[in-house]
Design a protein around this ligand. Structure first.
Ligand code: IPM
Ligand code: MG
Length: 384
């Protein structure tokens, strides 16, 4: 057998660094972060960044809708809507970083962020801007609702958003020509806080069931810990049933019409959450129809869950992009900052526009532009 002593030594050293860093992160989480008050006592700053591809087009419409809904608060100086520059692939490539330092600093001056999709270059070393922002702002809960009323589906996914397979995703080890290893990290506080978020949501919304979804039969250490801690947290919510499920059968269950309507709240580690929320969004009508909230103690970021649709830009049909996903994210953001009446209005108007279908976005020239849809949406809000 060839001698890989040098490579093994380097990997062991790297592993030491990773464990030390992750331990420090866990302890920082335990110490907790300052929380922002959204009870009206403090001014709220909403940052808006368009991103790449169709991002700036759909985000501009969401911003217009936001200004429309929050007009009084903006005039009274209770809410500020601020454009954040610099989160474009051109700028990020030129500066060689996923989120340029000035942009990150500007984002940290805001309380919440509405973000369009951003490009992640294939290969190379540049991390996804989403992953960087989730980590830098410690946005530990990725909350993704999916509802199909006519099929009795009303799900909400609490995906752990800062650890699991993602936290060291770009820092695995490799013995060239021989093997590669990535790391998955589950921490005590990282798990407890996502479990608490899921159970708190269930309790506040009259839900009776939380599905804990892992692959703890195989990922014994990490998923085993995740499941055990979720059950520990569940003890504080005796009125809610906490059920264990494996991710493979849950993937099947979501397309099983006999049982899927029984599920309410899901809590799950990062990668399983990533995968299954795309499946769930597809059941709702496609990833373009789902909104996503990334929530932490101090900051929160709301985004469309689809990509930048470069094909639409190349074909010159970017204006026909569907703003549904970013508008759902906008609704979630309004709810998060305590603007419940405005969020309800937006949700109701989107429903009416869907049913009336006087203006329909198809993603192509045969449909309306997203600007026309936003106009229709605002006219509808006015009638509510
Ligand atoms: C999502 C996306 C991201 C993820 C990508 C863009 C990094 O798929 O938000 O689900 O994997 O989390
Ligand atoms: Mg995804």
């Amino acid at each position: 057998m060839a001698n890989f002593e040098k490579e093994i030594e380097a990997a062991v050293e790297q592993f030491r660094t990773l464990i030390t860093e992750q331990l420090a992160r866990e302890e920082k989480m335990e110490a907790g972060a300052a929380k922002k008050n959204f009870d009206g006592s403090e001014k709220i700053v909403i940052g808006v960044c368009g991103g790449d591809g169709i991002g700036p087009i759909i985000t501009a419409e969401a911003e217009r809708v936001l200004h429309f809904l929050l007009k009084d608060d903006v005039t009274a100086g209770k809410v500020e809507i601020r454009t954040i520059e610099g989160l474009t692939i051109e700028n990020r490539m030129a500066l060689g970083c996923a989120v340029p330092p000035d942009t990150l600093a500007a984002i940290k001056e805001c309380d919440v962020l509405l973000k369009g999709p951003t490009t992640t270059p294939k290969g190379g070393t540049m991390e996804s801007a989403n992953v960087t922002l989730r980590r830098e702002l410690d946005l530990f809960a990725n909350v993704r609702p999916v509802s199909v009323p006519e099929k009795n589906i009303d799900w909400i996914f609490y995906r752990e958003n800062t650890e699991g397979e993602y936290v060291l995703g770009s820092r695995g080890v490799e013995i060239p020509g021989k093997l590669a290893m990535d790391f998955k990290v589950t921490t005590t506080e990282g798990t407890k806080r996502i479990a608490r978020a899921a159970f708190e949501y269930a309790k506040a919304n009259g839900k009776t069931n939380v599905a804990i979804v892992t692959k703890a039969n195989i990922m014994k250490k990490t998923d085993g810990k995740f499941t055990a801690l979720c059950h520990e947290v569940a003890e504080d919510y005796p009125e809610i049933v906490a059920e264990d499920w494996y991710i493979d059968i849950m993937t099947a269950n979501l397309v099983n019409e006999n049982i899927r309507h029984k599920f309410q709240v899901f809590v799950l580690p990062n990668l399983y959450g990533d995968i299954i929320t795309d499946e769930a969004a597809q059941i709702q009508g496609g990833v373009g129809t789902a909104g996503s909230a990334n929530i932490g103690d101090r900051y929160a970021m709301f985004e469309a869950i689809h990509g930048t649709a470069p094909r639409m830009i190349e074909e010159g049909i970017g204006d026909y992009a569907n703003p549904a996903s970013i508008l759902k994210a906008t609704e979630m953001m309004l709810r998060h900052i305590g603007k419940i009446a405005e969020a309800d209005k937006l949700a109701r108007a989107m429903q009416i526009c869907d049913t009336e279908a006087k203006v329909v976005v198809t993603g192509n020239r045969d449909g309306a532009t997203c600007r026309e849809y936003a106009d229709y949406l605002m006219e509808t809000v006015q009638k509510i």
